[in-house]
Design a protein around this ligand. Sequence first.
Ligand code: FAD
Length: 141
Amino acid sequence: METLVYASAAAEAAPDLKDILAVSRRNNARNGLTGLLLFAEGNFIQALEGPGEALKATYERILKDPRHKLIIELYRAPIERRNFPDWSMGARTIEGADIPGGAFKLTRASLEEIHSHDRGEEVFTLLKSFYRVSYPDDMAS
Ligand code: FAD
């Protein structure tokens, strides 16, 4: 299995997250993928994990999606076990752009800095802690 984390900028100020999530959860459940999608201040950050071929095919569709742009791949690595096993695509809208734990702000500038300093592994660790402290609610399944 492999995992992948990317960040992107939403094409519209208020994207239809319900629609993105409904399609993502349906497809991911079918393709054996799990993950987490955060939305804050107009940016997405998504962690996806699962069998390499399914991950590749899904990411190729995501890259072509006009609902977001300026996609930066932050982290990609093989994994032995899932980090988000309960979520076909967990999701949160982060208010005020602070991810609990406070390690970075989810802004374009901070994400580009992470990218340029090759700190993707830190982002991944942060998302894993976020998952551990978050209880699935009606946006996470
Ligand atoms: P369909 O079943 O035909 O689904 C297409 C659906 O996507 C339609 O219902 C439509 O509502 C919607 N759609 C497509 N393009 C547009 C558009 N331009 N404007 C509005 N609505 C549109 N897909 C996954 O499978 N897994 C994921 O984890 C995932 N994460 C995503 C994260 C983000 C931030 C974004 C923007 C998209 C994500 N997607 C994900 C969606 C992906 O980009 C494809 O749209 C989707 O995978 C296509 O699914 P399908 O081939 O089953 O097509």
